[in-house]
Design a protein around this ligand. Structure first.
Ligand code: SAM
Ligand code: SF4
Length: 334
């Protein structure tokens, strides 16, 4: 493994030859929404605050990843803006050697208040979950208010985030009649649009899989309405992009079920309690918090991360074992 290489060339490589250079950092498992495919209504079984990694602990772990070749960090949750003083953390992470790309996934309910400060803290790219443009439907899917999200999106635009990507979980019988209106909305505002297939993560995700929509069919019907050109986007994520000819719109398809992308997986997830999850669709994990609180050195922390990467499984088994993952997406950090 890469642990003993000289500093400049160090990188994390797993058993399958994949370079791991991207960390999804969950700063909370809490959320002010309850998207039905993610977290059950009334759910309150959250991590105890004393188990949350503190900002200094997060900074230590991300600094270690940075020394091991990680370049990209995405802050996520739960809803990351529920965590107090998030811009203080993002400022600290943006300043770490090696970290070149700091991004955020949010539901945007609190973005109107925080967009400018988050941008100033060093976050440049932002993904916003938005499954519908209809207030009543938004309420039914998430339990929240659409206008807060729209206000947050406009504040993000004003603050200068670029790109702003809209993540729409496309679901049969729930919002599949809004695909065209979401395309028009994103063209109007200069947002990138990404469709996501529902994943059987937790009971909520499994129930939502009744509404599973194969994105290959969405792509097919879009190609009947628009000329779609091959496109690429910065970010290092799993989406496959097309560009809509004659517009600036790029559309990404995230297809973990119909066409998995595990062979190019470059990421691990750090949950709020300091557990490294190796795969969204498997249980392989490594707990860093007990080691951090036992006072391990930076070298030992790097060694622990190298060991953890050695646990990364080859692929998820959402299709073969849909019952497998009991934790919710909001717990792992989506
Ligand atoms: N709260 C933030 C948000 O909603 O963007 C960040 C965390 S959320 C868990 C990250 C992403 O996971 C969102 O785009 C959400 O739509 C997606 N997600 C949650 N549960 C899912 C599921 N069962 N299948 C597919 N995507 C899911
Ligand atoms: Fe909250 Fe995001 Fe999960 Fe929706 S998808 S419940 S906004 S964490």
């Amino acid at each position: 493994m890469a642990y003993n290489r000289p500093m400049m060339n160090r990188q994390l490589t797993d058993r399958f030859g994949r370079t791991i250079d991207y960390v999804r950092l969950s700063v909370t498992d809490r959320c002010d929404l309850r998207c039905f495919y993610c977290m059950p209504k009334g759910f309150r079984d959250f991590e105890e605050p004393e188990h949350w990694l503190r900002f200094d602990e997060i900074e230590r772990v991300i600094a270690a990843f940075g020394r091991l070749g990680t370049r990209r960090i995405r802050i996520t949750g739960g809803e990351p803006l529920v965590r107090k003083n998030l811009p203080d953390l993002s400022r600290r992470l943006a300043a770490l050697p090696g970290i070149e790309d700091l991004s955020l996934s949010t539901n945007a309910t609190r973005l109107a208040r925080h967009a400018a400060e988050l941008h100033a803290s060093g976050i440049r790219r932002i993904n916003v979950s938005l499954d519908t443009l209809r207030p009543e439907r938004f309420k039914a899917i998430t339990g929240g208010k659409l206008n807060k999200v729209l206000d947050g999106l406009m504040a993000a635009k004003h603050a200068g985030f670029s790109p702003i990507k809209i993540n729409m979980v496309a679901m049969k019988g729930v919002n599949d009649d809004e695909i065209d209106s979401m395309v028009d909305f994103c063209i109007e505002h200069g947002f990138t649009l990404r469709f996501i297939e529902t994943m059987p993560v937790g009971d909520t995700g499994r129930e939502a899989s009744d509404h599973y929509l194969d994105l290959q069919t969405v792509k097919q019907s879009l190609s009947e309405r628009y000329e779609l050109l091959p496109g690429v986007m910065p970010g290092g994520g799993p989406a496959r992009y097309v560009q809509v000819a004659g517009t600036d719109l790029r559309i990404g398809f995230i297809t973990p079920i119909s066409q998995h992308f595990c062979e190019t997986c470059n990421r691990v997830r750090l949950s709020v309690d300091g557990t490294l999850y190796m795969c969204l669709g498997q249980d392989h994990k490594f707990e860093l918090r007990p080691l951090l609180r036992a006072g391990i050195s930076d070298a030992e922390l790097e060694q622990a991360i190298v060991e953890a990467i050695g646990l990364k499984p080859e692929r998820h088994e959402f299709n073969e074992k849909p019952q497998q993952i009991v934790r919710f997406m909001s717990h792992t950090g989506g």
